[in-house]
Each structure stands twice: as C-alpha cells, then as structure tokens.
Design a protein around this ligand. Structure first.
Ligand code: MV4
Length: 460
C-alpha cells in the first residue's frame, strides 16, 4: 500500500496494549494522527506515549474506562477525531457503540450495524452461510424452544450434540450433551444462562465433533461488493478457548480442502456485503469442513496472516472503512512461507492463573524472521484489570520447519522478569511431537498438559 492521501485526518483508538500500538503504527505509515485513551493505571503505558494525543477516560476498572461508551465518545469529540478504531475485545463488537460513533458523524472502523446484525448472532450467521451454500453441521435450523423439540432434533442428529447460545462467544454459553437424560437436565439451564449472560435466550443444536481442528480464514470486503480471502490459519492450540499458538497456513491440509475452505469464506463475504476485515471460523475433520461463525473484527492472530501475505491488515481495514475500493484482487494475494505466533501471557505457565505485577527485566528476542508485537518494556506493569498478554512472538520462515526453529530459538532468547509467564510452557510445547509434526486438534493441548502433569514434570 502506497503513501497516498491519508484515509482519515485523526483516528481515536478505543483500546490499550499491543493492539493499540499496532493501530498507531499503521496510522503513522498512513499519515493519520492518533488519539490514545487510557485509564488511570495506564498513564505511563506505551500506547499513550506513542500516540500523538492521549485522553484519560477514567479509573482502572474496564467498565469505567475502556468499556465506558460516553467517556470514549467524549474523548473522540474533544480531540476532533474523524474515526474510531476499537481494536479487539472491549467495544469491538458492540452495536450500540458502533451506532453512536456513526451518529456523531465519525467513522467506525469495523462492521456497520447491518454487518453486525448478520454476524453478531451465530444463528443469523449460519442462515447467511446456508444461503451462500457453505457446509454446516447437522442440527436445528433455528432456535430450539422446548425440551421436546430439543429431544427430537438430538435423536435425529445423534449424540453427542452441542447446545450453543446464539449470542454466545469465546466458548461461553456452550454445553456438550451425551444423551437424552443430560439434555433434559441442562436444556432450560442453558437457555436461562444465555438470557442472563447475553440478553438473548436463543439456543440451538449442532452435531458435536470431538476432535476437530479449528481453521479460520482471513477475509476482507469493500463497500462495493468486492471480497477477498487472505488464506487460513490453524488455531487449534487452545486451552479453555484461549488460543496460545496460531499459524498460517494450516499444516497438513490437502490442497483441495485448503482451496475449498478459502473459496467458501470469500463467497460468504461477497454474498453478505460484508465491508471490513474479519474471520470465518470453521471446524475441520478429515476432508470435511463446517462453517461455525464469523468474527467481525481484527483478531489477535492477524499477524501470522500479515507475515505470509505481506499485507498490512490494519491499514487495509482503515482504508476500507474510509470507503476506498478493495486495493487487491484475489490473484494479487500471494501467500509465501509459514508463520507461527506464540502468545506470551503473564500467568503461571501450568496453572494458567494470572500473575499481575511489574516487569523488572525484559529482553525481546530478534533476528531473522522474528516479529514482536508487544506494549511492555522494563518497568511496565501487568495490570490485574485487563488481559494478561505480555507479547506476541511471531516467526516467519520459508518452510514450517524453519519458522518453528526460529520461534523456538526466540523463545529461548526472550527474558521477562518480575512476573511469571507462559514462556516455559511454549519452550516445551513447541518441541513436542504433536506440534513438530503439525498433527494436532483442539483436544491436543489439554491432553498434552494432562499427560505432562501425570508424569510429574517439574521443569519451569
Ligand atoms: C464446536 C465444537 C465441536 N462441535 N461445535 C468453541 C468456540 C466456538 N467458536 C465454537 N467452539 C466449538 N464448537 C461443534 N458442533 C468444538 C468447539 C471447540 C473448539 C473450537 C475451536 C477451537 C477450540 C475449541 C475447543 C473446544 C471446543
């Protein structure tokens, strides 16, 4: 992307941490001025220091600062921002926020309310996917209202099934059900919880896959109907729905399956008039793939796609929001080599309990093929109020083997003192057989952790 006319004059970034810094970097290269917002405990944070302007929006608790819509909007108004970038998490998928930004005459850099209506709800997303001819798992065609209806569908689909809240996300509001009795016990409970947690009590049924791979496709659409995909990522290495390693391309997919998934994702985006960057999520089992949902935002793991495509996805997202036509045709998207990202969190590496505190010593690895996206430095504080991510360490290589070797070397080189981190976990995991061979599923990490605990390993 060339340094042509800046798409906006000034963008307010309604986020913190590495993603706020990532957006600031994109804006710098686009010639766009930036406004950071920060809570009282983030006054010395790097996103505040690197932005052109910064506004304090309240106390540390997210509800009173980064999630407080009137305060974020006031900051945008007094600084004269003409667009708002929400990053991920916080207000990124909040329809009220997107609408309020637009009603104030600014541009929301993300899905509009129409896109959010389709993809904010898993059932309407599945309707759109069905209409576009994407493969779906068998299950209820819509919300299931009564236990009798649930039992009928479950018996037809065959157990195990999974009950999902239409408005759920991040693994919340889902329950695996093995038989009629269990379904009778938890059906109403799941509905009540969905209503209480998401303000929407709709639940639906799907056939449950026990050991799928989680494959997602990066997509982008413009306001004039053009849509492209930027290849897929494998995000199967997760624990309790927290991704810890992601890579692009997905290892070991047949060329036919890889092509069909990518093409399906682009087709869905084109058919729905989706006009920002986003991710289509799929489950893969054998040579089959099934559409799950769309994440209408930039994601933590977008970096691995940037590394193999050379496309700055944040700049692309900003240009598309400004109404520029898609700058790339599908054939201009050339994917090269392999990238793997490890998320380093300030957590006990084996218990995964958060470990806030001050970083007293810090050394970021470097060298050929290594990229670090982080907003910490020596003396920085990991706050108890927010996500505990310290850094994303991303390795690129011409082959998966070389990327993996570089990532392992970078992990050994990284130093974070003062707080516990997941670095010791990564150092072991990257060298385990399942990871080396690329044959893993969404179950692998939990199984590996359980086996490791049973063997009484003491390292780390
Ligand atoms: C599933 C599934 C198996 N079968 N749906 C978890 C997050 C949400 N986006 C969808 N999820 C799942 N849906 C059916 N029908 C298994 C999961 C799942 C999972 C998916 C992706 C990555 C990690 C996961 C870990 C556990 C369960």
């Amino acid at each position: 992307m060339s340094a042509s006319t800046p798409p906006f004059g000034k963008i307010l970034i309604a986020n913190r941490g590495e993603i706020a810094l990532r957006v600031i970097r994109a804006c710098r290269e686009l010639g766009v001025k930036t406004v950071a917002v920060y809570s009282q405990c983030d006054a010395n944070a790097l996103h505040v220091r690197f932005a052109d302007e910064a506004v304090c929006i309240g106390p540390p608790a997210a509800r009173q600062s980064y999630l407080n819509i009137p305060r974020v909007l006031s900051a945008a108004e007094i600084t004269g921002a003409d667009a708002v970038h929400p990053g991920y998490g916080f207000l990124a998928e909040n329809a009220d926020f997107a609408r309020a930004v637009t009603e104030m005459g600014m541009t929301f850099i993300g899905p509009d309310t129409k896109n959010l209506r389709v993809f904010g709800d898993k059932l309407s997303a599945k309707d759109a996917a069905r209409a576009a001819g994407l493969p779906l798992l068998e299950g209820s065609p819509g919300p299931v209202g009564t236990i009798d209806e649930a039992l009928t569908i479950a018996r037809k689909v065959g157990y195990p099934i999974i009950l999902k809240a239409a408005a759920g996300g991040g693994g919340k509001g889902m329950r695996v059900v093995e038989d009629d009795d269990q379904l009778r016990r938890i059906f109403e409970l799941t509905r009540t919880e969905a209503l209480a947690s998401f303000g929407n009590g709709d639940v639906f049924i799907e056939r449950y896959l026990r050991e799928p791979r989680h494959i997602e496709v990066q997509v982008a659409g413009d306001k004039y109907g053009a849509a492209i995909h930027v290849g897929e990522r494998d995000c199967s290495m997760q624990r309790r729905h927290q991704k810890i390693i992601e890579e692009a391309p997905a290892p070991g997919l047949s060329e036919s399956l890889r092509g069909r998934i990518r093409e399906a994702a682009a087709r869905l985006v084109a058919s729905t008039g989706y006009h920002t960057v986003g991710t289509c999520e799929f489950l893969v089992e054998g040579e089959e793939f099934f559409f799950l949902e769309v994440n209408p935002r930039i994601q933590v793991e977008h970096c691995v796609t940037e590394e193999v495509s050379g496309i700055d996805l944040i700049q692309l997202q900003i240009r598309l929001a400004a109404g520029e036509p898609m700058p790339l045709r599908q054939e201009d998207v050339r994917l090269d080599g392999h990238a793997i990202e490890a998320r380093v969190n300030a957590e006990d590496p084996w218990r995964f309990t958060p470990c806030p505190g001050q970083i007293t010593g810090y050394h970021a690895p470097g060298g050929l093929g290594i990229r670090i996206d982080s907003a910490v430095c020596e003396g920085a504080w990991i706050q108890p109020y927010y996500d505990s991510m310290v850094a994303k360490i991303i390795a690129w290589g011409p082959t998966r083997e070389i990327a993996l070797s570089r990532l392992g070397r970078a992990m050994d080189e990284a130093v974070v003192e003062g707080v516990k981190t997941t670095l010791p976990l990564h150092r072991e995991l990257l060298r385990c057989e399942e990871f080396a061979t690329g044959r893993f599923s969404t179950k692998t990490l939990e199984v590996w952790l359980a086996r490791r605990a049973a063997e009484g390993s003491t390292s780390g």
